[in-house]
Design a protein around this ligand. Structure first.
Ligand code: SF4
Length: 385
């Protein structure tokens, strides 16, 4: 009879084979033509020469790391990918054309101030079939506070133009803006709904260190008002599937589901993160190091317990939670056997529905309190033969 240790080792080998199939790629383009006041992303002010050097380095990184897997989702984010000139955007798309793809969801983030019909036609001709637009708000006062350079008319014109070529569009909505009222948010939601877009991602503004807002001593809004705003968004976006804490879609983002399903993905580019061969890695944020081929600054190989911890932390972001059978097949554990799961079900904080374990929607807003229960757990002891 196999010892417990043997079973654990066999399961780990199985996980390595079964879960290491990588079907997704994230590519970071860290250039912007304008710096927003709330931004703490990895970005540089656009510079033509810097972008040319960066694209050469990006191509080298992809050539060095990509192992010709068949990829099903590519997400080009930033920064602002469309801050690149037409020729640079073509070069980027050519680099990514070498990737083997099948049934591809291909997303590119854009900002309306640097998109035109020629760039959209170009993206579409290379197979880009999903666009994500940083709209944030239509309120002039808050656009100014966020240092965004577009206005409502430009957004509507851009969206109508994009729809001629690519219909699968996401727009970002930022709420909990300093001074914002529920009425102002409601008006933004009215205008977002009127755009008739298949996906809306929402973000509660958190003022991070090293941002212009923080330097100007602007403070986050009251937590209770933030919660009221979250509830208002959930109530108003009823026509959308509220499939993740902050995401609402008539068409879901397959790429983002890769993250929430704890699946493997490449992260290419400055500051990008990836998850390959059970190793979570983060690339350098130093443009100099990156251009000189020193890509990774941090990597950590996950053991079984950490893999399951991530499964919970990420999987509970989805409103329909974690599939019980999938977890049994993939990791050889029945999550309903886990003591803390049993306790949280008893407290009605977790629910079992349609063979999924999920957070009760009354606790979604405070889900972090529930998630902390899953940190540092010993899950190996639940492995089944
Ligand atoms: S466009 Fe995006 S990445 Fe660039 S500064 Fe604004 S928020 Fe940051």
């Amino acid at each position: 009879m196999a010892s417990n240790e043997q079973i654990i080792n066999e399961t780990k080998t199985f996980i390595n084979i079964e879960t290491n199939i990588c079907k997704s790629i994230y590519v970071h383009i860290p250039f912007c033509t304008n710096i927003c006041s709330y931004c703490d992303f990895c970005k540089y002010f656009y510079n033509e020469k810097m972008v040319d050097d960066y694209l050469n380095a990006l191509e080298k990184e992809i050539n060095a790391k990509y192992k010709n897997e068949v990829i099903e989702t590519i997400y080009v984010g930033g920064g602002t990918p469309t801050s690149l000139s037409y020729a640079q955007l073509s070069r980027l798309l050519d680099i990514l054309k070498k990737i083997n793809v099948d049934n591809l969801e291909y997303t590119v983030e854009i900002n309306v101030e640097n998109i035109d019909e020629d760039k959209i036609k170009l993206l579409s001709s290379y197979g880009v079939n999903r666009i994500s637009i940083g709209v944030q708000t239509f309120n002039e006062k808050y656009l100014k506070l966020l240092n965004r350079k577009h206005n409502k008319e430009q957004v509507i014109t851009a969206i109508n133009m994009i729809k001629k070529y690519i219909s699968n569009i996401n727009i970002d909505l930022i709420y909990a803006l300093p001074g914002q009222t529920l009425e102002e948010l409601n008006k933004d939601i009215d205008e977002f709904i009127a755009l008739d877009i298949p996906h809306i991602s929402t973000y509660s503004l958190i003022i991070e260190e090293h941002t212009i807002l923080n330097n100007n001593n602007v403070e986050n809004i009251d937590e209770e008002l933030d919660y009221e705003m979250y509830k208002l968004i959930c109530k108003r976006l009823k026509e959308y599937d509220h499939y993740e804490i902050s995401n609402f879609g008539k068409i879901k983002s397959r790429h983002n589901l890769t993250y929430w399903n704890n699946e493997h993905y490449y992260g290419f580019g400055l500051g990008a993160s990836g998850y390959i061969d059970n190793i979570r890695y983060t690339n350098t944020r130093s443009l100099n190091n990156y251009i000189n081929g020193k890509y990774i600054i941090e990597e950590e190989e996950l053991d079984f317990n950490e893999t399951i911890e991530n499964l919970f932390i990420l999987g509970f972001r989805k409103t329909n939670g974690i599939n019980i059978d999938d977890t049994l097949n993939k990791y050889h554990i029945n999550i309903l056997d886990i003591d803390i799961v049993k306790e949280l079900i008893k407290e009605k904080k977790l629910l079992v529905e349609n063979n999924n374990l999920k957070i009760n929607k009354d606790y979604i807003y405070t889900s972090n309190d529930i998630l902390t229960n899953f940190l540092g757990g010993n899950y190996e002891r639940y492995i089944q033969e």
